[in-house]
Design a protein around this ligand. Structure first.
Ligand SMILES: *[C@@H]1O[C@H](CO)[C@@H](O)[C@H](O)[C@H]1NC(C)=O
Ligand SMILES: *[C@@H]1O[C@H](CO)[C@@H](O)[C@H](O)[C@H]1NC(C)=O
Ligand SMILES: *[C@@H]1O[C@H](CO)[C@@H](O)[C@H](O)[C@H]1NC(C)=O
Ligand SMILES: *[C@@H]1O[C@H](CO)[C@@H](O)[C@H](O)[C@H]1NC(C)=O
Ligand SMILES: *[C@@H]1O[C@H](CO)[C@@H](O)[C@H](O)[C@H]1NC(C)=O
Ligand SMILES: *[C@@H]1O[C@H](CO)[C@@H](O)[C@H](O)[C@H]1NC(C)=O
Ligand SMILES: *[C@@H]1O[C@H](CO)[C@@H](O)[C@H](O)[C@H]1NC(C)=O
Ligand SMILES: *[C@@H]1O[C@H](CO)[C@@H](O)[C@H](O)[C@H]1NC(C)=O
Ligand SMILES: *[C@@H]1O[C@H](CO)[C@@H](O)[C@H](O)[C@H]1NC(C)=O
Ligand SMILES: *[C@@H]1O[C@H](CO)[C@@H](O)[C@H](O)[C@H]1NC(C)=O
Length: 615
């Protein structure tokens, strides 16, 4: 009885096991799955991710389309490693320890579209590794330790569209490395150890549409750095902290619609390199130490819609800066040092949709009234500007002002010159004089000076405008005399005030340089006679001493010369007396042009000999 029960139980178990085995083998025959992997026949996928595999597992179904081998311990791939998987579309080998991939390792994967080998330890990719992948569209070899790309590395990838090469140690890209990638649309090179743009290699990529070059150690961009990339539309260069020089034609040959040059060391807006990019719609120059946007220099970018210059130390946007940019929709100048942004900077503010101006020390006066007026229509993207000045509105957000307050806030006071009593300044020739002009207004007026000839005076030269607005005239010349006009101007208006300057020449000074001509003999080399005859110029070297000093010095020299000659004669007289013999004439021969013992020069003969009568 007991035995029979045991027998039946055994038989039952066996039947159950058999049934289970039958089921399993049925499933196997439906869709074979490698050991330790998970398979999803409905999506034709084998997932072997994170299974601690040291080699590529056997037994995948021949119709698998996706194979995930990421996060394993694979160290190498042999030749024809995946030969049974002709239907594979996607192969993921990331996060392994691959340091060696044999030539033709992927042979037979003629339908493979995506191949990911990122985060491995590849140092070199032999020519031929990517053979047999005619359909490949995407190749990701980022975060390896690849040092060089050899010639023809990617030659057989005629359909590759997207190549990701970020975070390698690339120090060199051979000139023909990219040969054959005629359909490549997008290339990302990021954080490499390259020190220049691989111009020659890139010129093979005639179909390239998007190029990102980031964290590259280059310091300048030479002319035609991207030649033959006529299809390129988007260029991104970011995090190049040494890049401070762009040659005038560095972007020659490109027809971009989007350009990013951010986190570099550009100190001026690259007007010349940009000017031919007439299809440009997006320009990002953020995080460069750019301080000015100059007037009228961006007008060629007539289709520009977005301009980003965030975090750049921008101090001033000149009026007319965006002249010609009729389609400018987005201006992003947050986190700069702008005190204001005048409406006159824009071509027309009708198209402006988004204005990012937060993080600037804004002075809320009449110059910003246009923004407040449009504050309900203009988009600040959730970051409205905040007033930093004047004190009564400090910290207030633009959107919080009510219509009633506006006339009393956001006001300006016209520039007004103080101390307006008529002024005449007199000075002696050769002296330095300061003409004062102080003005008051809100915003603080800027001061300019016009010369008597109505030319604008600059802050350098002999006659210059000082930082505090005073005009300095150094080594005043008689012809500097005249009426100088001080112009104080601010957003609310101008004020002018004339100050007349009279330079008094010292006696006969007007002929001083005519007289100085006989003195310029040998031994009297004047440092630079030109400035004295060209006083009107402002940019010249200052004359080291004035005309009066010169005349005195010359006269003193002449007097001492005469006195030494006189002493000489006295000695000769006594000598002749002591000899007793009286000789009443002396004949002196001399070599013409020898300036030495020519005596008093009382008579000068053509023969080089003259006779003197002695007393
Ligand atoms: C494979 O499985 C892992 C978890 O084991 C998962 O994170 C990963 O996304 C899967 N791969 C695919 C392609 O679904
Ligand atoms: C590449 O640059 C990184 C960081 O700048 C450095 O650690 C690495 O050693 C460099 N590699 C080579 C091959 O020069
Ligand atoms: C770049 O091209 C411009 C215009 O052709 C030329 O003036 C300049 O000298 C060139 N710069 C260099 C470094 O060759
Ligand atoms: C950026 O340029 C400035 C001068 O224009 C220089 O002083 C500075 O060192 C440069 N920065 C880098 C990282 O090269
Ligand atoms: C430049 O690009 C624009 C927009 O992508 C295109 O319409 C134009 O034809 C291109 N011009 C040239 C000369 O390729
Ligand atoms: C403006 O710049 C900021 C800071 O970089 C960024 O967060 C924001 O998205 C930009 N705004 C627009 C409209 O692009
Ligand atoms: C302007 O500066 C100069 C020198 O920097 C000084 O001599 C002059 O007194 C200043 N003028 C005023 C009005 O402060
Ligand atoms: C101030 O002067 C400038 C020229 O110096 C002129 O263009 C401007 O219109 C003037 N502004 C006012 C308010 O008079
Ligand atoms: C000085 O000489 C210039 C020509 O050298 C002459 O035109 C000028 O009248 C002279 N001035 C005087 C005061 O003689
Ligand atoms: C005199 O100054 C003018 C303008 O400042 C300049 O064009 C000219 O070359 C100067 N002449 C001399 C002899 O320096």
């Amino acid at each position: 009885m007991f035995v029979a029960a045991a027998f039946w139980r055994k038989a039952c178990w066996r039947a159950l096991l058999l049934w289970a085995a039958g089921l399993a083998s049925a499933a196997d025959s439906l869709w074979p799955c490698p050991q330790r992997c998970e398979c999803y026949p409905e999506v034709l996928m084998a997932n072997c991710s994170g299974r601690n595999l040291a080699s590529v597992p056997e037994g995948s179904s021949s119709d698998a389309q996706r194979l995930d081998l990421s996060h394993n311990r694979l160290k190498s791939l042999a030749r024809r490693q995946f030969s049974g998987l002709a239907q594979l579309r996607e192969l993921d080998l990331s996060d392994n320890m691959l340091s060696m991939i044999e030539v033709e390792a992927f042979m037979g994967l003629q339908n493979l579209l995506t191949l990911r080998i990122c985060r491995n330890h590849l140092k070199i990719i032999s020519v031929g590794v990517f053979s047999g992948l005619p359909s490949l569209r995407l190749l990701d070899i980022s975060e390896n330790e690849i040092l060089v790309f050899l010639d023809y590395t990617f030659r057989e990838l005629a359909n590759l569209q997207y190549l990701e090469v970020t975070e390698n140690d690339l120090v060199f890209i051979s000139q023909r490395a990219f040969t054959g990638l005629t359909n490549l649309k997008e290339l990302n090179i990021d954080r490499c150890n390259l020190t220049s743009v691989p111009t020659e290699a890139l010129s093979q990529l005639t179909g390239l549409v998007q190029l990102r070059l980031s964290r590259i150690g280059l310091s300048s961009l030479p002319n035609a750095s991207f030649r033959k990339l006529g299809r390129l539309r988007e260029l991104v260069m970011m995090h190049c902290p040494w890049l401070d020089t762009l040659a005038a034609n560095c972007l020659f040959g490109l027809n971009l619609t989007s350009l990013t040059l951010s986190h570099c060391n550009l100190s001026t807006l690259p007007y010349a390199p940009l000017h031919h990019l007439v299809y440009l719609r997006y320009l990002d120059l953020s995080y460069n130490p750019i301080t000015f946007i100059q007037a009228n220099l961006l007008g060629d970018l007539l289709r520009l819609q977005e301009l980003h210059l965030v975090g750049g130390g921008l101090l001033h946007v000149e009026p007319q800066a965006f002249r010609g940019l009729a389609y400018l929709r987005i201006l992003n100048v947050s986190y700069n040092q702008l005190v204001t942004l005048e409406e006159s900077a824009f071509h027309s503010i009708g198209n402006l949709e988004i204005l990012r101006l937060e993080g600037n020390p804004l002075a809320c006066d009449c110059r910003l009234l246009w923004i407040v007026r449009r504050r309900l229509r203009l988009h600040f993207d959730g970051h409205p500007p905040v007033c930093a000045e004047p004190v009564q509105v400090q910290g207030r957000v633009f959107q919080d002002f009510t219509e009633v307050e506006l006339p009393s806030l956001f006001t300006c006071r016209q520039a007004r010159i103080l101390r307006r009593k008529p002024q005449e300044v007199r000075v002696d020739e050769g002296h330095t004089v300061l003409l004062y002009c102080k003005a008051d207004g809100d915003p603080t007026p800027s001061i300019a000076w016009l010369s008597p000839k109505h030319t604008l005076l600059s802050s350098s030269g002999r006659i210059r405008v000082l930082a505090n607005g005073s005009l300095e005239v150094r080594y005043a010349q008689v012809h500097d005399s005249g009426s100088y006009l001080c112009i104080a101007s601010n957003a609310a208006g101008n004020d002018t005030f004339p100050i007349s300057l009279r330079v008094r020449g010292f006696p006969s000074s007007s002929s001083s340089h005519n007289r100085s001509a006989p003195f310029s003999m040998e031994g009297w080399s004047l440092p630079s006679p030109q400035p004295a005859t060209n006083g009107s110029s402002q940019g010249l070297q200052p004359f080291p001493f004035d005309a009066k000093t010169l005349v005195i010095a010359v006269t003193m020299g002449f007097l001492s010369f005469l006195s030494s000659v006189a002493i000489c004669f006295v000695f000769m007289f006594f000598w002749s007396q002591s000899k007793g013999q009286i000789k009443h004439t002396a004949t002196i021969d001399f070599v013409p042009r020898a300036s030495g013992g020519a005596g008093a020069g009382t008579t000068s003969t053509e023969t080089g000999r003259f006779t003197m009568k002695l007393i």
